[in-house]
Design a protein around this ligand. Structure first.
Ligand code: PLP
Length: 416
């Protein structure tokens, strides 16, 4: 199954979704990017260069690990994990940014810009820019700058300029708008490094292309480790890049693919980011593409919520929407409470600290594994590591000693 053959002539469309809805002025730039990406994609030497870069710089291939303790405890399917947490900067985001760095070099551009919400994509982009010697500007909502200081600190120390966006609700979607404005002004020398498999064509395809490295490795590894293909693959879905990355490895196999969204406080709460698993989202065009958005009847975007900042997004990968409608990918949601419990269970039984985003995939697998037989195999994509979540997790489990530590630290700095 080729997700990108565009046989019906509508390049960049996945069923009815995707496309490139951009201001006229960006047409030349986006066409130049489409052409350059097409060239990279059809050049086997380009993929080899990418794989070699990821090997030497980011420690790929990341392993697949058998979770024997957790499997035994749940008493059902055997559970394996693909370890994207072990890549450089601690998540799968590095795959996409390093790939786009190579594209940027081919384009002959010297400057990169990016939007970021929680700061993980900004952090990865700043890392890539330092390595490639690009000038780098990161757009981030002012509210996010205030609540994600550790990532802002690292971006700035990696040499990037972080712009706190003061428009609108001062969060991710305002940062995206500001980033597009910069691109319009500076397109001659600037590449926009979009962080997930969303936005205008060719971004969904290009990001999927680089993230496919996860699935390509995982298919071979799970067969070697488990002696067979998995029955089900679980991945969390924010924008939908790590999910499409691992799913691509199993597209033509008899393997069930499960995307897990942020259930937040649950269905009907209005406090979640589940676009497909719950029924609050509807089809619209925004931020350069057509997909399901969490929006009201007037097309205004709703406030979203998740314990995992990286899943807290209004739109979703148009390729996944199409696969969902074809019933090739099943969608579920995990609530904040379920995620908190799944994280504690995974830490204690296996000594793994998945990112809160990735823990959504664990939470759903933990629900389903006991209902499966011991002969069956589950593969979970651990999209990132959880060290970054120490503030959120300590709050969520109400750790008294951590709170005292923060108080003491604040006192040490005094009033200045
Ligand atoms: C950003 C992020 C996500 C969500 O992004 P996708 O594009 O849906 O993969 C998931 N996990 C981690 C660790 C992240 O940093």
């Amino acid at each position: 199954m080729d997700l990108f053959d565009f046989a019906d002539g509508r390049e960049g469309y996945y069923g009815d979704y995707g496309g490139a809805f951009l201001p006229e002025i960006l047409t030349t730039t986006i066409e130049e990017l489409q052409a350059c990406f097409r060239e990279c994609k059809s050049d086997p030497a380009f993929w080899q260069e990418f794989v070699e870069l990821m090997r030497s710089y980011s420690g790929r291939p990341t392993p697949v690990t058998y979770l024997e303790n957790l499997s035994n405890k749940l008493g059902g399917a055997r559970i394996y994990v693909k370890r994207e947490d072990l890549g450089h900067t601690g998540s799968h985001k590095i795959n996409n940014v390093m790939g786009q760095g190579l594209v940027c070099k081919r384009l002959g551009k010297k400057r990169v810009i990016a939007e970021t919400g929680a700061g993980q994509h900004g952090f990865a982009t700043a890392t890539m820019a330092a390595r490639f010697g690009f000038e780098c500007k990161i757009y981030m909502g002012a509210v996010d700058v205030a609540r994600q200081r550790p990532n802002v600190f690292w971006m700035e120390n990696l040499g990037a300029t972080v712009v706190a966006v003061e428009d609108g609700q001062r969060t991710l979607k305002d940062a995206i708008n500001e980033c597009l404005r910069d691109w319009v002004t500076n397109m001659a020398d600037t590449h926009y490094v979009l962080g997930t498999a969303c936005g205008p064509h060719p971004f969904p395809e290009m990001v999927s292309f680089f993230q496919a490295i996860i699935g390509r490795e995982a298919r071979e590894q799970i067969v070697a480790e488990a002696g067979r293909l998995p029955d089900r693959v679980f991945a969390c879905v924010g924008g939908g890049s790590n999910a499409i990355g691992i799913f691509q490895g199993f597209m033509d196999d008899n393997v069930e693919l499960v995307g897990v969204e942020a259930g937040g406080h649950g269905p009907g709460s209005g406090l979640h980011a589940a676009r497909l698993a719950y029924d609050d989202a509807s089809v619209g065009v925004a931020q350069g593409y057509k997909t399901y958005f969490l929006q009201n009847d007037d097309g205004n975007m709703l406030e979203t919520h998740s314990i995992a900042a990286g899943l807290d997004y209004i739109g979703i990968n148009p390729i996944l929407v199409n696969l969902w409608q074809q019933e090739r990918v099943r969608f579920e949601a995990a609530t904040d409470d379920a995620v908190r419990e799944a994280l504690q269970l995974t830490m204690r039984t296996e000594g793994l600290i998945p990112a809160l985003e990735s823990t959504h995939a664990f939470a759903q697998a933990i629900v389903e594994a006991p209902k499966m037989s011991k002969d069956e195999v589950i593969l979970i994509n651990q999209s990132g590591r959880g060290d970054k979540d120490i503030f959120t997790v300590a709050d969520a489990i109400d750790d008294r000693h951590w709170r005292q530590f923060i108080r003491d630290k604040a006192a040490e700095y005094g009033e200045d």
